[in-house]
Design a protein around this ligand. Sequence first.
Ligand code: HEC
Ligand code: HEC
Length: 363
Amino acid sequence: MKSTFQFIVVLAIVLSSCKKDDEVACEPESVTLDETPYELNLGSFPPPITPEGFQLTIAKVALGRMLFYEQKLSSLNNQSCASCHSQANGFSDINQFSEGSEGDVGDRQAMAVMNLAWNNNGFFWDGRSPSLAHQSLQPIINPLEMAESHANVITKLNEIQGYKNQFIRAYGNEEITPLKMGQAMEQFMMTMVSNNSKYDKFLAGQAELSDSEERGRLLFFSEYNEFFPEDSGADCEHCHGGFNFENDLYMNNGLDEESDFTDVGRFNVTGLEEDRAKFKVTTLRNIELTPPYMHDGRFQTLEEVVSHYDEGIEISPTLDPALLATTSTGLMLTVEDKTDLVNFLKTLSDETFISNPDFSSPF
Ligand code: HEC
Ligand code: HEC
């Protein structure tokens, strides 16, 4: 009895001294490379395509999460990735254009960070970034965003023992490099999976759609037919198809006629005339939570978006042929049809995604 008591006292002292001292005092021996794999929560999704030998690890994902929420990535230590990609808003920004660390404003709408593990054809609206590891280093040095240098970020992080420890767990040594930062943020962003919407539950036979949602679903997935207005669908699936409601391509969805092209999008990356004013076809998952819409955030509501496709398509040389085909009659949607389509889009909202503590700030 007495020895057990002594043991507990000794243990308590050891534990509390470890807690009281800063991490440096008690952690060096315990911090080692930890390559425990991270299991993606796939649900009904297929495994993402990754380069050979690629492995998500719990330690790298945790490091990426710290960096995603780290304000020291910005010049004034006042902005993190999450400032413009906030969880409550589906990891997007509800402002038309985001304000950077130093108060400057950009000219594109912040994109939603979700299900990017299944994007294999570039990142940003124009696809100028080939990988998430590359992409995640760009906001840091963008003068309109975090306006900082990679070298300064590394200096700042080097002053924090917790980061050194996490780099050891993730990579086996405490050296901080842009490559490692980018790869860790890539790993965290790849874990940000949204696959538990009402629509997913409907597919799994665990939820029923209302009559309006069901009519909207049929419109979304049926083809446009100018000769049979009664049966004609809105054919959104043509581009926003598959389990993630996108196609990994760059397209022109008729926002402007040629004389009004202000942002030429994909053309800036490829230099090809055929890519003028084409932009990434983004996922429609959680779309209700991520207004405003399009690369320039010109539409505030989903009703406006549906009206655009119904009767607002502008003709230009790079307009997608499927949409060009609809321009003589429009989509011929009734008021009820439009409401139904919007109600269906709202079934793609995933409350568990925006409240998942794994994706919230670790600080
Ligand atoms: C000041 C606001 C702001 C900050 C800070 C910011 N972003 Fe973004 N993010 C944007 C905007 C705006 C876009 C679209 C830019 C474009 O297409 O030119 C974007 C696009 C992205 C995309 C592309 C998504 C896709 O579907 O292709 C990813 C991923 C992303 N950001 C991650 C990050 C990460 C990681 C950080 C932190 C290192 C970060 N962002 C910081 C505003 C911001
Ligand atoms: C020909 C391909 C195509 C078709 C068909 C299509 N879209 Fe799109 N959609 C796009 C492209 C490309 C974008 C991004 C355009 C941009 O921002 O410049 C987009 C963007 C959107 C956005 C905004 C996404 C965001 O993150 O801001 C919504 C919402 C949307 N589409 C809904 C629909 C609906 C509803 C339909 C059916 C009525 C539809 N789309 C049909 C190609 C298409």
